[in-house]
Write a protein that binds this ligand. Structure first.
Ligand SMILES: Cc1cc2nc3c(=O)[nH]c(=O)nc-3n(C[C@H](O)[C@H](O)[C@H](O)COP(=O)(O)OP(=O)(O)OC[C@H]3O[C@@H](n4cnc5c(N)ncnc54)[C@H](O)[C@@H]3O)c2cc1C
Length: 410
């Protein structure tokens, strides 16, 4: 069996590993658009802050038998003839194909898209550019357009280096996609103490280079200066190359419960896909490393001829920002169903409960065992008798007798 995998990151590599064990006679080819060996994208902020000293430490162990071809960008798939074509004029035939092309940063402001003065952080080469700008510019301030997870992590890394940053936020607060106002407030206070400035209700209209720095024009007419601009406004699945194919996409590739696309023998996994969320019961892009790995394992198992259903996922994040652990999951930014909150100083806990089951939470300032919260939500365990423990952040596995769905990691 010839397996071709497009994309060599969390999803692509885990699929290859799975195929190596389930189809040892199979031929596995991984095509990667990037020229470098696969690495942990999640760890890019640590490279900036020097917590990871060398870029080589980011490289991921790669599957032992699969053939990994770097610098091969797939530009089309001929699903009738079962062939993929690359921009480097190579053609690869497959029996089963996995699309694991992930996502790329979304730059909503047309004027800023493609500008060499505007950076995004997704790849190792992006981090190289950011470090280069910081080294070359005398203006030691980074302008961060958007205050989502990636830009907040970049700001946290800058704070480690004592480099100030200015968030320019269209909405009124930080991390508005995953925390509510109370949560945002604590994180914003910590960010400001760590040398960050917040400009809310504004957007960037123009960026102009002047010598070694950039002048950034805001919607109010104000002009601020920085060494560079980093846009962090979420991601969009990398699906442009599927335009001429019948593979059904909405924002991302739509997959069924076997991780198969609308075209037979073509599977998809990771940030490039949309799949049904366990809590909202709607198609969502989870854009999480462990979700990409789980989806890939299931897709590859099915590519190898087995039958394994994807058990739906939940969104969640755990991140250390400006010295504060922020852990969120499910419906977190809203107040829906039965809402329980506890706030004391800089510690903020919130849980959302639907019919006795956990459907969302925010913990700012730590939680004893995050894995249990994730397991309780994924397994939809009854916590109605444990509300006191749950809001205190003190749930533990020993409190449950229910069968556990595997939780790989957070
Ligand atoms: C700074 C940062 C911090 C993050 N922090 C976290 C975190 O704390 N927790 C968490 O769970 N997740 C985090 N993530 C998200 C996580 O990295 C992604 O969910 C994960 O990388 C998705 O893996 P993937 O394999 O689906 O796609 P990707 O990692 O996006 O990899 C896809 C690969 O396919 C390649 N490709 C694209 N198009 C083509 C083509 N046409 N032909 C060939 N190759 C192609 C790309 O170059 C890329 O190498 C973070 C991401 C970033 C950037």
């Amino acid at each position: 069996m010839r397996h071709v995998i497009v994309g060599a990151s969390a999803a692509g590599l885990n699929a290859a590993r799975t195929l190596e064990s389930l189809d040892p006679q199979g031929e596995i080819t991984i095509l990667s658009a990037e020229e470098v060996f696969p690495y942990s994208k999640m760890s890019l902020p640590y490279l900036l802050s020097n917590k990871v000293k060398k870029r080589d430490y980011l490289f991921l162990p790669h599957p032992s038998k699969a053939k990994l071809l770097l610098g091969q960008r797939v530009v089309n798939i001929d699903v009738e003839r079962k062939k993929v074509e690359t921009a480097q004029n190579k053609t690869f035939s497959y029996d089963k194909l996995l699309i694991a092309t992930g996502a790329e940063p979304y730059v909503p402001d047309m004027e800023l898209e493609g500008s060499p003065l505007v950076l995004t952080v997704r790849n190792l080469s992006d981090m190289d550019k950011l470090k280069d700008k910081l080294n070359k510019s005398d203006v030691k301030r980074v302008i961060l357009s958007g205050a989502g997870l990636v830009n907040s992590e970049i700001a946290d890394a800058l704070a480690e280096l004592n480099i100030p940053g200015t968030f320019v936020i269209r909405s009124s607060r930080m991390l508005s996609q995953i925390v509510d106002e109370e949560g945002s407030e604590i994180i914003a206070e910590r960010a400001i103490e760590s040398g960050m400035e917040l400009i809310t209700g504004e957007s960037i209209t123009k960026v102009q280079e002047e010598g070694d720095h950039v002048n950034v024009f805001l919607s109010s007419g104000k002009v601020i200066q920085g060494s560079c601009v980093v846009v962090g406004k979420g991601v969009k699945p990398s699906i442009d190359f599927l335009e001429k194919t019948p593979i059904k996409c909405d924002t991302g590739i739509l997959v069924n419960e076997y991780m198969e696309t609308s075209v037979k023998d073509v599977y998809a996994a990771g940030d490039v896909t949309e799949s049904i969320d366990l809590i909202s019961d709607e198609y969502e892009i989870h854009a999480l490393w462990p979700v990409a790995m789980e989806q890939a394992r299931i897709a590859a198992t099915n590519m190898a001829g087995y039958s394994w259903k994807y058990p739906k996922e939940v969104s969640r994040n755990i991140v250390n920002l400006f010295g504060e652990v922020v852990f969120t999951g499910g419906i977190s930014k809203e107040d829906a169903y039965d809402v329980y909150k506890e706030k004391e100083g800089r510690s903020y806990h919130k849980i959302l409960v639907r019919d006795g089951k956990l459907v969302g939470f925010i913990f700012v300032g730590g939680v004893l065992n995050p894995g249990v919260y994730l397991a309780a939500m994924k397994n939809q365990w009854d916590i109605s008798h444990l509300l006191n423990e749950a809001i205190k952040g003190a749930l533990s596995y020993s409190m449950f007798k229910a069968p556990t769905r595997e939780v790989v990691n957070i």
